[in-house]
Design a protein around this ligand. Structure first.
Ligand code: ZN
Length: 138
């Protein structure tokens, strides 16, 4: 499946074959990522070969779901009705404890979100897909 489609109005993500274990783990409310067994670095997005050292020895691991805000942007006007219904909302890159980056929605009042804010993942149903959303820790 390489085409974006919508379900209940929510845009559905691309599910590339390399990342299929990630999508399946989300259904069990787990956040997975790859780690290279050769150079030990976290690898994300999912690959067939390590982008750091070219090793094919990539293993799936479960993330703690914790990280910090690396960058963010608050959207005041949603592009489609489902997004407009939750606007304003914030999206951005989260640097995970394991070292990789995820792009996701970041919950919380826009004024409360800062670069380096600690966040943790929770799981939400969006159409046919379970997705991680990050929440600011207090
Ligand atoms: Zn490697």
């Amino acid at each position: 499946m390489s085409q974006t489609h919508s379900h209940d109005g929510w845009p559905q993500p691309y599910r590339l074959p390399d990342a299929e274990p990630y999508w399946q783990a989300l259904e069990r409310q787990q956040l997975k990522y790859q780690r290279c067994s050769h150079c030990q670095l976290a690898v994300w997005p999912a690959h067939s070969y390590c982008p750091h050292c070219d090793s094919p020895a990539l293993a799936w691991q479960v993330s703690t779901g914790r990280g910090t805000v690396y960058s963010f942007s608050t959207v005041m006007r949603g592009p489609t009705p489902v997004w407009q219904a939750i606007a304003p909302y914030t999206v951005g890159f989260v640097q995970m404890e394991e070292g990789h980056f995820l792009f996701a929605q970041i919950e919380g009042r826009a004024e409360a979100i800062r670069i380096d804010s600690p966040v943790h993942a929770r799981f939400v149903r969006r159409g046919a897909q379970t997705l991680p959303v990050f929440t600011i820790e207090h």
